[in-house]
Write a protein that binds this ligand. Structure first.
Ligand code: FAD
Ligand code: FO1
Length: 497
């Protein structure tokens, strides 16, 4: 188990408890070999505690620093939509990091447990800095790297994703937002602080670093292999675009849309009522801490909306990481609480009005036009409205043979089509909807048992269902039209060449 802090992390610019020492190298000090930051979850230069720590350790020990990124093969089933977004963001990052910080960015392809230790050996690194993700695939990969690197290498893990580091906020699985909120709020004065400036790198990387990366080749490759889930065009990738969405003067969330957040965020007809930040937060192209700092600055303009946004951005988001970090079964029924498992089993064989297969659900072929619209919004727009995600997942529980199948299908569809999928927020979103985690029990009823129930009539009371169905119809029509035009353009080009 990593120690929370050790001598190696006492004299650091980053708060010591934001760092976990995964491995203490035999060379007590970092001195001697370069520092490498293996960038994984927090794919940004600005406001990145892991990058700040790597720089800090390199400068203190007069050694160079580099960033390394490993491109897995279709990680967690990612397709063109997600990998195109990520790689376009990374190509901007490489340009910026080499121009503004004069440090090299290395991109490897394959299994990180092979490529990262190999790189550390080649460059004689003395310290590997990693960022933090609670997902099992990431933790397994990191543990494999820990076993493979030489004794002399130290490994420090930095939670650059959460405002309050997960292991600081709570040392255990939290029951609900209510039990975590107080712990986080007590620690905000210490952790919701501004970021230090990155000093320029004092030591140049020795070896030739003009590792030119064929970004177009990489991107075309993932677009071809993942063509089944095409890219979205409404959401521009990269750190600069992320900041624009957060606080741009034209249409930025905090500048132009915050005031309606508390009233509009549950209205699927007003997608602009949400911040639109989840694609950037998921890929780490913007820091949640940055979003929180900037939201606090404008809080007096709309306190209620600002507080509602901070609750989602900090408490709800960290609750999702807390669940995935402390609950190994974070994406299966075993991860549900006893009361929920029992109620789901008690009602697993209740008569269902409809039973749909994964294919019928994927193709939005149910008898419920509202549910079909939400599925089509996810498939064509790549980001289903937050309110509809609850209804969408709960209906899958109602229309499949049992909760295990419902969970498997909802996670499969969510990870395949959502631009912000493959995220703790998604696993927890599905588990909340189908297994009632972070929720209470409700009046018992068929199929749902005590799991919170949602239905069409309830939605009708809350918003204009027909309006939402029409909105999605327009989105699907426009997307299909644009795809046809792109296809025509491509064919014409090929015919001409
Ligand atoms: P905003 O309301 O503007 O929220 C701002 C940020 O706060 C979000 O980007 C997110 O980081 C965080 N946040 C908001 N709501 C939640 C929540 N309920 N739980 C955790 N964090 C939250 N979120 C994902 O990031 N990826 C997913 O794959 C995902 N799948 C979901 C599936 C289901 C079934 C449900 C019920 C929820 C899911 N969520 C997921 C949570 C939430 O719906 C999205 O984070 C939100 O809709 C993203 O849009 P936004 O950033 O515009 O929202
Ligand atoms: N991170 C990487 O370091 N390499 C990848 O190849 C990679 C692919 C990827 C695909 C989809 C996606 O949603 C995220 C992806 N990430 C990748 C980022 C990282 O895996 C995510 O931050 C975690 O999944 C969330 O903890």
């Amino acid at each position: 188990m990593a120690s929370l802090s050790s001598p190696a992390t006492q004299n650091t610019m980053v708060q010591p408890r934001r760092i976990r020492v995964i491995k203490e190298g035999s060379r007590k000090q970092v001195g001697g070999g370069p520092v490498v930051y293996w960038m994984f979850r927090d794919q940004r230069i600005r406001d990145n505690w892991a990058l700040i720590h790597a720089f800090d350790q390199a400068n203190r020990n007069n050694v160079p620093v580099a960033v390394a990124f490993n491109l897995f093969d279709q990680f967690l089933g990612a397709k063109a939509r997600q990998l195109g977004f990520m790689l376009r963001g990374l190509s901007q990052l490489q340009k910026n990091i080499e121009e503004t910080l004069q440090i090299p960015f290395f991109l490897f392809q394959g299994e990180a447990e092979e490529t990262i230790p190999k790189f550390l050996k080649e460059c004689g690194a003395s310290l590997l800095v990693t960022d933090f993700s609670p997902l099992r695939q990431v933790r397994k990969c990191k543990d494999e790297i820990r076993k493979r690197v030489s004794d002399s290498v130290s490994i420090h893990e930095v939670d650059a994703h959460n405002v309050v580091p997960i292991w600081v906020a709570s040392e255990k699985l939290e029951y609900s937002a209510r039990t975590l909120r107080g712990k986080i709020n007590k620690l905000l004065p210490e952790y919701l602080i501004d970021f230090p400036m990155l000093q320029s790198q004092t030591n140049k990387w020795a070896a030739a670093t003009n590792q030119s990366i064929d970004w177009d080749g990489l991107i075309n490759n993932v677009l071809r292999k993942g063509a089944e889930v095409p890219e979205i065009k409404w959401c521009e990738p990269g750190e600069d675009a992320a900041l624009e969405v957060l606080m741009g003067s034209k249409d930025g969330f905090l500048m132009k849309r915050l005031k309606n957040y508390s009233t509009d965020r549950n209205n699927p007809l007003k997608p602009k009522g949400l911040s639109g930040l989840s694609p950037y937060l998921h890929f780490g192209q913007i820091s949640a801490q940055r979003c929180a700092l900037e939201a606090r600055k404008v809080r007096n303009l709309s306190p209620q909306s600002a507080d509602a946004f901070l609750e989602e951005l900090i408490v709800r988001r960290e609750l999702a990481d807390n669940f995935c970090f402390y609950q190994p079964h974070y994406d299966s029924i075993q991860g549900a609480w006893e009361w929920a498992r029992k109620t789901l089993v008690d009602h697993a064989s209740d008569q269902r009005e409809h039973i749909y297969s994964k294919e019928q659900l994927e193709k939005a072929q149910t008898a419920d036009p509202l549910w079909n619209a939400s599925q089509l919004e996810m498939v064509y727009h790549g980001k289903m409205h937050g309110f509809m995600r609850m209804y969408w997942a709960k209906k899958i529980l109602e229309w499949t043979r049992g909760p295990e199948e419902a969970l498997a299908i909802s996670i499969y569809l969510n990870d395949k089509y959502e631009i912000d999928g493959r995220d703790p927020g998604g696993y927890v979103g599905c588990m909340w909807s189908i297994c009632g985690i972070h929720d209470q029990g409700w009046k018992e009823r068929p199929i749902f048992g005590k799991i919170r129930y949602m239905n069409y009539a309830g939605c009708k009371r809350k918003f204009d269902v027909d309006g939402y169905i029409a909105l999605v119809k327009r989105i699907v029509g426009n997307t299909k039209k644009r795809e046809a035009e792109t296809q025509l353009h491509k064919t014409t080009k090929e015919l001409r060449s």
